[in-house]
Design a protein around this ligand. Structure first.
Ligand SMILES: Nc1ncnc2c1ncn2[C@@H]1O[C@H](COP(=O)(O)OP(=O)(O)O)[C@@H](O)[C@H]1O
Ligand SMILES: [Mg+2]
Length: 222
């Protein structure tokens, strides 16, 4: 039985990339730019973004799920994503808002899929049942050398403790960068790779240009 086609009046934008790439910084900048245009915008993040998913975030980032292996970890990220989509993202898009999300399904594909050595079939299937046709309209891959991102994340953290993924070795972060680039190369209609080693202003200018040309110029589709 075909489900009624969901009407997406708003636009869904995600930021992806390694630790310290500048995702949170750029989410904030883009939300400000959209607000200046009087466009209703919802800023959110993964894992988390809804009360239930934020509970799962705590367990994931504390490393409580890691001992169960990458398949289980991918499933818990996906469980959080289902709630986030249902409670926040889909209702916002249906009423015509822009949703700007800090990490989304590509992070599961890169971290648990590529790095956890899960099969593409597994990740494809999980993404299909979790996200379905709610994939982003536009994804920014913030790209910079892994060492630079880790140095930024380290400076941001100060004396705080590292989370489950920041604690991984440099090799992990080098492979992560490749994994995001591969996703971008395979999805050129959705993904824009941005050189994130430049100033936050330069990065924000590229992001805004892409939003203007790819989204603001278009009419909402159903
Ligand atoms: N383009 C940039 N150049 C230099 N430092 C940056 C840039 N963008 C962000 N930062 C800083 O680097 C740190 C990590 O940025 P953040 O946006 O938190 O990254 P992410 O969310 O991708 O981990 C923060 O302290 C932030 O202020
Ligand atoms: Mg961040």
């Amino acid at each position: 039985m075909p489900a009624a086609k969901r009407v997406r009046k708003g636009r869904f934008i995600t930021f992806e990339g390694g630790e310290g790439a500048g995702k949170s910084t750029q989410v904030k900048r883009l939300v400000e730019a959209l607000a200046a245009r009087k466009i209703e915008t919802v800023a959110t993040r993964e894992p988390g973004g809804s009360p239930n998913a934020e509970e799962l975030r705590k367990a994931l980032l504390a490393g409580l799920v890691a001992p169960l292996g990458p398949a289980a970890e991918a499933m818990i990220f996906s469980a959080a994503r289902i709630d986030h989509l249902d409670a926040l993202i889909k209702p916002a898009l249906a009423r015509g808002a822009y949703v700007v999300c800090d990490r989304f399904a590509d992070s599961t594909r890169a971290y648990q899929g590529a790095l956890g050595k899960l099969s593409e079939d597994f990740i494809d299937g999980l993404e299909r049942v979790t996200v379905g046709d709610a994939m982003p309209d536009l994804t920014f891959m913030l790209d910079l050398p892994a060492e630079d991102g880790l140095a930024r994340a380290g400076a941001r953290r100060g004396n705080g403790t590292v989370d489950r993924f920041e604690a991984e070795k440099l090799d992990f972060h080098l492979a992560l960068r490749d994994a995001f680039k591969t996703i971008a190369a395979r999805n050129p209609q959705r993904c824009v790779v941005i050189d994130a080693s430049r100033s936050a202003d330069d990065v924000a200018a590229d992001v805004w240009r892409a939003v203007e040309t790819r989204l603001l110029g278009q009419k909402a589709s159903s």
